[in-house]
Ligand binder design. Structure first.
Ligand SMILES: O=c1ccn([C@@H]2O[C@H](COP(=O)(O)OP(=O)(O)O[C@H]3O[C@H](CO)[C@@H](O)[C@H](O)[C@H]3O)[C@@H](O)[C@H]2O)c(=O)[nH]1
Ligand SMILES: [Mn+2]
Length: 819
């Protein structure tokens, strides 16, 4: 078994004299890129593949960056993959199914991958889409293996712009490809038809039930596939149930929600969707009608659908709760020592991704690594990325820099954990830092079993800072609970698993691990490991930013504030976490700053009464520092000027809206105890014929716009008044003021008159649709008028998109005779 890693260039060059020609070295030695420590075992001193040995490098100032190590596949660790989904409306099952397919086809020993999906919606639609995905996977996965397909997400694969035959050697590729495309199209039709199928089926069964009369007791049918934790409700008889294909009630949420069968109130479901694979490969055959899978392993990894039980009155702790239920369920089924977590819209783009991550876990010193975070890469972003979705400075600058400290922060999807670390244990060896800037290092002490037991009995020590335990299992029942149905009075979410209490569970969970002395790794692969979607319209994007910023404020006001960190958190890492907790507060200063131009205009005074040398010196220092920071950001993350500018713009928009709102929400939470809702980000599944950026121009009113709009309007008014004042300066004082006000009013009225129906006015529900050069303008009361007004997109504005209005409008267009 050979594992290779590749990594960012800056990391690779770290230990090299600048004149070292890395490309040349790679070429001459047939070496490979990567960060892993080149570790050469004594008995295997000569690398058989390249013919080089460690001795060859003894007199060189540089060392190879990676080594290919051979080891037996038996050493490879088992990996569990967790996917979270919560709502089939906002997270289309087709997207989730595609993600699952990309994981089913991952390049990793098949018997060593187990996939778990958590469905917080308890939706039959998701359930059946998953079943369909497994059926389709039985041909899709061997096809991927046979022809070495990338990426293994069928939707992305078939919509790729590049030539599919590139690098394909097998003669039957073109034929197979075409066959597969047809199969996929049919698969899509089946998935999209599911809501209808389920509805019709349920109607049929409900009708039969009704006919049979009330006495039969519909609720008592065998709930064969599901492991129901509560009794079927007797009261459900008279209502319209949702039925599974095998003629039993769906234990999750129903289309007509009733008690015990609605969101937040339903039984737990766990169902194996694919059988547990054999340990040995099973080769396919040349099957007429299907593809020729001779010599291709046709097994699929294990795949389980899990929908945790939910009951009213319990806090289900959002994604963190969902993940913990998977940790517990998977511990019984497969208990993989490593856990890869992906959101439902993030698929495996590089089928070798798990192996890449595993390199770090298996490397020397890897036992101190708690998680491996991969950069989050997004598809479907508008070319100019106007709302800074790519977040390049963060993912290619900050996170890499953190990798040089104690490791990147955990930022959610695309992260691989060590199960042991998730269980709240300390690393096998930890370092304690002391001194003003934490420059003094000392190995943390370890306790003998008897001392450890004493600590457990006393229970007044903070486990974060207490010495490592040689036998951490001593207080297991207290920490983990006795496998009860609920997690009350255990440390789940407290110290174990994903941490509760914040809507950005990710940062907190990672913080706790770093705080115990674990290290994390940032793994940038040459070919993106995972790819996902991001909200491209301003409203959804701002809500996302709001959630993240609120999470930060929550962290700031909690025990997870880095000021309270243990001495195992490195000094600079602590600064980084402080920044994570504090950045939303900068919005207060930003907003004040953004009002300054208006203030100056209104008062006719500059912010500093007299510009002297001291002032200019301060100004110069700050400007230069700021410019240098920007320069470094641009240089390190490798972005172009446009992207940098977009970042700055979005920082101003987000800073004056979402960040400020986050600060207010956070303060309300700690003072008045008002809970914060998790607004799920919508993931669009673009139809083939749709403009993929149509979403970009959708403006949905949100109160987050209030502050930025106020800033804009105030500044515009001030500017106009200032100008007017200068123009009218020949007139007496009071005339200037009245004149200025009148003039401003006139200009503003003009601007608003033009734009009011499209952007600002909240009662306009216009939908403008483009047909060639013509535009159709629809009012809420469906009056139609045609204007010749070319626009950049087919859907310019939809204040409150109303599908019925749109449909009626479309129907009318069909009757309309266009010139
Ligand atoms: O009650 C809930 C709410 C959310 N989710 C899942 O959590 C994930 C993230 O939700 P999303 O709306 O996509 O948020 P994003 O802002 O796009 O996600 C980022 O930020 C989140 C924290 O705010 C992290 O959990 C994610 O991993 C990270 O990718 C999705 O898979 C959801 O299905 C649940 O399982 N249960
Ligand atoms: Mn997401």
């Amino acid at each position: 078994m050979a594992l290779t890693t590749s990594n960012s260039k800056s990391m690779s060059l770290r230990n090299q004299p600048t004149d070292f020609d890395h490309q040349r070295w790679l070429f001459e030695t047939k070496g490979r890129y990567g960060i892993g420590n080149a570790y050469w075992q004594d008995e295997d001193n000569v690398n058989r593949e390249t013919g080089t040995s460690l001795a060859d490098f003894a007199d060189k100032p540089w060392k190879p960056l990676t080594a290919r190590l051979r080891f037996r596949p038996a050493f490879l660790a088992h990996t569990d993959v967790f996917i979270s989904t919560a709502d089939p409306e906002k997270e289309p099952p087709l997207v989730t199914a595609n993600t699952i397919l990309s994981i089913l086809a991952v390049e990793y020993p098949i018997e060593k991958v187990s996939i778990y999906i958590s469905d917080d919606g308890g939706a039959i639609l998701t359930f059946e889409a998953m079943a369909e995905a497994v059926i389709f996977g039985q041909i899709w996965v061997p096809f991927c293996r046979k022809h070495n397909i990338e990426p293994r997400n069928p939707e992305s694969y078939f919509t790729q712009k590049t030539d599919p035959t590139k690098n394909k050697k097998k003669p039957d590729f073109v034929k197979d490809h075409r066959w597969m495309k047809r199969e996929y199209d049919e698969f899509k039709v089946r998935i999209n038809g599911l809501p209808d199928v389920i509805k019709k089926r349920s109607e049929k069964y409900n009708y039969i039930e009704e006919m049979k009369g009330k006495s039969s007791g519909s609720g008592s049918g065998p709930v064969s596939v599901s492991h129901t934790l509560s009794l079927p409700a007797e009261t459900a008889q008279a209502t319209k149930a949702t039925w599974m294909a095998d003629g039993t009630h769906w234990p999750g949420t129903w289309m007509n929600p009733v008690a015990d069968h609605k969101k937040g109130d339903h039984a737990g479901i766990i169902q194996l969707m694919s059988k547990i694979p054999e340990n040995e490969p099973i080769m396919g055959k040349d099957d007429e009608g299907k593809l020729d899978f001779t010599d291709v392993d046709i097994r699929l990894p294990m795949f389980a659908y899990v929908s945790r039980e939910k009951r009213p009155g319990f806090d289900h702790e959002k994604k963190a709760g969902a993940m913990n239920s998977l940790v517990r369920a998977s511990a019984i089924l497969s208990n993989g020592p490593f856990i890869l977590n992906l959101d439902c819209d993030h698929y495996i783009y590089n089928s070798m991704a798990i192996r890449e991550g595993m390199c770090f876990m298996m490397d020397r010193g890897g036992d101190r690594v708690c998680f491996i975070q991969f950069p989050q890469r997004f598809e479907g972003i508008d070319p100019s990325d106007r709302y800074a979705n790519h977040n390049t400075v963060f993912f290619d600058g900050n996170m890499r820099a953190l990798d040089g400290l104690q490791g990147p922060v955990y930022v959610g999807t695309g992260c691989m954990f060590r199960r042991y670390a998730l269980y709240g244990f300390s690393p096998p060896r930890a370092v304690e830092y002391s001194g003003i800037v934490g420059h003094k290092k000392k190995q943390a002490s370890t306790l003998s079993p008897s001392q450890s037991l004493q600590i457990v009995q006393e229970q007044d020590d903070d486990p974060e800072t207490s010495p490592n335990e040689k036998h951490p299992d001593l207080n297991l029942p207290k920490k983990f609970g006795n496998s009860d149905m609920y997690e009350d009075n255990t440390e789940w979410g407290e110290r174990i698993g994903w941490i509760y209490g914040s809507i950005t569970e990710d940062v907190v969970t990672g913080y706790r691990m770093h705080n115990r002395g674990w290290r994390s790794i940032y793994c940038i692969t040459k070919r993106d490991a995972f790819r996902g979607t991001a909200p491209i319209n301003l409203t959804d994007r701002l809500h996302q930013v709001l959630r993240w910023a609120t999470g930060s404020v929550e962290i700031f006001f909690s025990r997870n504030n880095a000021f309270l960190a243990s001495s195992r958190l490195k000094f600079l890492q602590r600064i980084a976490y402080l920044n994570v907790g504090m950045y939303p507060f900068t919005s207060i200063f930003l907003v004040a700053y953004l009002f300054l131009p208006a203030l100056c205009m209104f008062t006719g005074q500059f912010i500093v009464p007299n510009i002297d040398a001291t002032f200019l010196t301060y100004l110069l220092i700050m400007t230069i520092t700021h410019a240098l920071i920007s320069l470094l950001e641009v240089k390190w993350s490798g972005i172009a000027l446009e992207e940098w500018w977009r970042n700055e713009q979005f920082w101003a928009i987000g800073g004056s809206s979402a960040h400020l709102a986050a600060v207010i929400q956070g303060i309300l939470k700690i003072t008045a105890g008002i809970e914060i809702a998790f607004t799920l980000t919508s993931k669009s599944a673009a139809e083939d014929d749709e403009d993929i950026y149509a979403d970009l121009h959708v403006v949905k009113w949100t109160s987050l716009f209030v502050v930025p709009l106020t800033i804009c309007i105030t500044n515009i008014v001030a500017l106009i008044m200032g100008t007017a004042r200068t123009l009218f300066s020949v007139l007496p004082q009071w005339n200037k003021l009245v004149g200025g006000a009148f003039f401003s009013f006139w200009v503003l009225a003009h601007i608003f008159n033009k734009r009011s129906h499209s952007i600002l006015s909240s009662n306009s529900r216009r939908i403008i649709e483009r047909h060639g050069e013509n535009c159709l303008v629809t009012d809420s009361d469906c009056k139609l008028s045609v204007q010749v007004q070319p626009t950049s997109s087919n859907l310019v504005t939809a204040m409150k998109p109303d599908s019925t209005v749109l449909q009626e409008a479309k129907n009318q267009i069909n009757e309309w005779s266009w010139k």
